[in-house]
Ligand binder design. Structure first.
Ligand code: ZN
Length: 502
């Protein structure tokens, strides 16, 4: 096989990269949660980053098979080969069956994902549902000479692998440097030929609850193995995109590459994408520092660092204002700015939705039409450049200024040709709702939106007739009450329009 691993750490020129694929099916695998505690904002950021990848590729016309796993066994407390299983420990603390823990926190994770409007994956495989395939992969790794059994556990032979294939390419690490940095004398490492080796199958000690029969006795799979097995089972031995948090790049993803190459001789992934971390006021968000808040605390404003609550769509918008590969800093100021920005974007969408065109394709302003098309091209161009959502949003705000000028009659929408008008309306709304995955929370969303629109029509109708009767008390009262609800009314030649927020 080709020893030269081709590894890309980011995706650029997305259209050019995927255009040759035929049929245009893109395989996307993302490392999902270990379901032993509540979903945190790091989970939310990772999910939103790859939700936008899924949404944008779908927008471009690709069919995407999106696989995101649920880790329900094998993830040990120190993220390596030692310590208690995270799920088993939680089960002991909560006095529940491990599978009750898994069910409880999987449901919680799904609720949080839905709250932030993430599309569910096409397949959501669980590690415990793929034990047989994991045992088979261990057998292939041993058969090819890259794994060895000691006392009921099987380890991956990193140095042997490194003789034949480069280990550490994804993270830029070298085995000799890794070896010199290794702590020695850790319990359990005596079974390994080298401290760099990692368990692909672990013998279950007497008290270990999660255990299965295997050719090496009762045990359970190593954490890195499940992703290698489940990604290639559903997406093929080589697939397009593998995503996950930056903290998974080493060793988790490095081990995935090694396992696939050792077992099947194929480099599994064409493009690796890693989302960056969250910080709070410039410090890494972490439970132990007391500066991490859960999604429901963020919504309710229920944390000493939060001045108020921030809605899920404000948070989604805020997260998209950072590039997925950059760190993102939470602060009240940044969230409040995001709240205003999100509101402005929603108002533009509402204005655009109601805008009608009555122009003439035989006489239109070609300069204005060209300018608008250029702005739309730019918005899409930024998404083509490694899913650059912050720049795409900046382009949407440039377009927003134009749209508001049309709405305020500073510019005449009928100066465009019908094609440009239709493109503006369709593309703008698609970018906001389908690609960025924002929802209009201000209208109550979904079914309520129609009701709110109906009620507002009625209220504005009553206000209009009171003004016609010169009943200023009633019309002022309506306007003032709406103002306290943060609803602004603008009177114009075509009647009154309302918007939420200033
Ligand atoms: Zn994984």
């Amino acid at each position: 096989m080709d020893n030269q691993l081709k590894i890309y750490n980011s995706l650029t020129r997305i259209k050019e990269v995927f255009e040759p694929l035929n049929p245009p099916l893109v395989g996307l695998y993302v490392c999902g949660p270990t379901v032993y505690n509540d979903a945190h904002l790091g989970n939310v950021r990772s999910a939103i980053c790859f939700d936008v990848v899924l949404r944008y590729l779908t927008f471009l016309g690709y069919k995407v098979r999106y696989v995101r796993n649920i880790t329900d066994v094998g993830h040990l407390l120190d993220d390596a080969d030692e310590g208690e299983d995270k799920i088993a420990k939680r089960a002991r603390l909560e006095k529940l069956e491990p599978m009750e823990i898994v069910q409880k926190y999987t449901l919680g994770y799904h609720q949080v994902m839905a709250l932030y409007n993430n599309i569910p994956p096409s397949i959501e495989p669980r590690a415990t549902g793929h034990i047989i395939e994991q045992i088979e992969m261990v057998e292939r790794i041993i058969a090819n000479g890259y794994g060895y059994e000691v006392n009921g556990s099987v380890y991956f032979d990193v140095l042997k692998y490194n003789e034949d294939h480069p280990y550490g390419q994804l993270s830029g690490r070298k085995t000799d440097e890794l070896l010199s940095n290794t702590r020695t004398g850790l319990a359990g490492q005596s079974d390994k030929k080298s401290p760099l080796d990692f368990a692909i199958w672990k013998k279950a000690d007497k008290g270990h609850i999660l255990r299965w029969n295997s050719p090496w006795g009762e045990g359970f799979p190593g954490w890195h193995l499940e992703c290698s097995v489940m990604s290639t089972k559903y997406l093929g031995l080589t697939f397009d995109i593998h995503g996950g948090g930056m903290d998974l790049q080493f060793p988790h993803h490095e081990c995935e590459i090694a396992q696939s190459v050792a077992a099947d001789g194929e480099n599994p992934v064409r493009y690796w994408m890693h989302n960056n971390m969250l910080t709070v006021n410039g410090t890494k968000m972490s439970k132990s520092l007391g500066n991490s808040f859960l999604p429901h605390e963020l919504v309710a404003g229920d944390h000493e660092l939060l001045e108020k609550g921030y809605s899920p769509m404000t948070t989604r918008f805020f997260m998209l204002q950072g590039h997925y590969s950059s760190p993102l800093d939470f602060s009240n100021d940044a969230l409040q700015a995001a709240e205003k920005g999100y509101q402005r974007l929603m108002n533009t969408c509402k204005v655009l939705n109601e805008m009608t065109y009555d122009g003439d394709d035989n006489s239109y302003d070609s300069a204005q039409t060209a300018e608008l098309d250029k702005l739309l091209d730019e918005a899409i161009g930024h998404m083509n450049d490694d899913f650059n959502t912050p720049r795409c949003i900046a382009s949407l705000f440039d377009l927003s200024k134009k749209i508001n000028s049309y709405s305020d009659k500073k510019l005449d929408i009928n100066d465009l040709n019908s094609q440009s008008f239709n493109r503006l309306k369709e593309t703008y709304l698609k970018l906001v709702f389908e690609v960025l995955g924002l929802k209009d929370e201000t209208d109550g969303g979904g079914d309520n939106q129609e009701m709110v629109n109906g009620l507002m029509d009625l209220i504005l109708e009553i206000r209009k007739s009171s003004r016609e009767k010169k009943d200023w008390n009633t019309s002022d009262q309506i306007r003032n009450v709406l103002k306290t609800l943060d609803i602004a009314v603008k009177d114009g030649a075509e009647g009154s329009k309302w918007t939420v927020g200033s």
